[in-house]
Ligand binder design. Structure first.
Ligand SMILES: Nc1ncnc2c1ncn2[C@@H]1O[C@H](COP(=O)(O)OP(=O)(O)OP(=O)(O)O)[C@@H](O)[C@H]1O
Ligand SMILES: [Mg+2]
Length: 375
């Protein structure tokens, strides 16, 4: 289903000779009557590898795009000077349908077999979203819930590594739906299970939307209480797609204590607020440092910024996670702290946050009390 995304990194050494012209003509011939797909670029390397970049509009369905890609590869590889053909499909950045959709109108289409969806965001990169997302998912699972984890970082997936399943690939059931990879009791879906970690993700816009929605809707989640979504940094296509097209039950924002990150955290909050997704609260990661030798706590970044900021912004403060080498080491080893060392203070901080997140979710879903004035 996703094979049209499987492009390999190429070292391009353009050769403006005949073979490039042949490839261009072949491509244009195949595209002659094809609506919604436009030739963007053709390169031929010295070793005879052809790389064709196509711009695909949102209206083209993934199956016909894939059929066309396969045919194009076959035809180009028939050209004598060509040793291998790679056809990469990118979306148009300015697809009218996506651009014109007002932000305030999220669809309410339920994701089948998933009760609640929680998005983990941050304004700034590298604050520990992915680390928090997997440990939060595991801490919620430890309370007896069925939990899934979606790595929405299509450009730089990290959950396969954090969950210790980076060499696994997803399979499909008899209806062509994706069976997620299971690790530590979580059902996990990531672009990393579909393409190599090193593969360049040069596509954007509608292609991103379609891939992301398939990664949520075409997956055999098999009855989840909670799906935790690990978002990429910033507020780009992926965030907008999620906010507009996926019924999020709530959002959490991860921040470090530095002011700069808090300023960015507000961007994360704004995204949820604009589309009326309940903000469950702010999590302060790398909150303080505990000396592994003597247990002394050091507030190296100036502690309490996120709590104060949450109060100022009128959103709940969900808890703090210490900066601790074990969190990173265990993450790197694919064995998150919540499962590797559940009785450690680091794991406990995730349990507290999980409890607060679930309580927040419950509160967000409870109808507001109605006030009756009796005379
Ligand atoms: N509390 C923590 N203590 C120690 N190391 C941590 C902690 N939280 C995260 N890290 C480490 O910080 C690095 C960045 O974390 P992570 O990849 O989770 O951030 P991210 O916000 O998801 O990044 P990106 O924006 O690139 O997606 C990783 O090496 C991770 O192991
Ligand atoms: Mg990340």
């Amino acid at each position: 289903m996703f094979s049209f995304l499987k492009s390999k990194k190429q070292s391009l050494q353009p050769d403006y000779g005949d073979s490039r012209e042949f490839v261009r003509q072949t491509t244009e011939f195949i595209l002659k009557d094809q609506e919604g797909i436009r030739l963007d670029d053709v390169q031929v390397t010295k070793s005879g590898q052809a790389i064709v970049v196509l711009d695909v509009s949102q209206d083209v369905d993934a199956n016909s795009a894939e059929a066309l890609r396969t045919r194009m590869v076959e035809e180009i590889e028939k050209i004598t000077a060509i040793t291998k053909a790679t056809v990469v499909m990118t979306g148009q950045a300015t697809a009218p349908a996506t651009q014109s959709k007002p932000l305030q109108q999220p669809t309410t289409d339920k994701v089948p077999n998933v009760k609640d969806i929680i998005a983990v965001s941050s304004g700034k990169g590298g604050v520990g979203k992915s680390t928090v997302a997997i440990n939060l998912a595991l801490a919620i699972a430890a309370t007896g819930k069925k939990v899934g984890l979606l790595d929405a970082d299509i450009y730089g997936p990290s959950q396969p590594r954090l969950a210790g399943v980076k060499d696994k690939k997803t399979t499909q059931d008899e209806n062509g739906r994706i069976i997620p990879v299971e690790a530590h009791g979580l059902k996990i879906m990531s672009m990393g299970f579909l393409v190599d970690e090193e593969a360049p993700m040069i596509w954007r816009g509608p292609m991103v939307q379609s891939a992301l929605l398939q990664m949520i809707r075409d997956v055999v989640w098999d009855g989840l209480d909670v799906l935790v979504i690990d978002l990429p940094p910033g507020t780009g296509d992926i965030h907008l797609t999620l906010a507009q097209r996926v019924p999020l039950s709530g959002g959490v924002v991860v921040s470090t204590p530095q002011d700069i990150a808090l300023i960015d955290a507000r961007k994360g909050l704004e995204l949820f607020r604009k589309v009326a997704v309940p903000v469950l609260g702010i999590i302060e990661n790398m909150s303080y440092f505990v000396c592994p030798e003597c247990g002394h706590r050091e507030d190296i970044f100036g502690h309490g910024g996120a709590a104060a900021d949450a109060a100022r912004l009128g959103v709940p403060f969900l808890g703090e996670i210490p900066l601790h080498a074990r969190i990173r080491e265990l993450s790197d080893a694919g064995n998150p702290v919540v499962v590797a060392d559940p009785s450690s203070p680091q794991a406990k901080s995730f349990s507290v946050i999980a409890t607060n997140v679930m309580a927040g979710l419950d509160k967000a879903q409870r109808p507001a009390p109605s006030i009756r004035i009796e005379d």
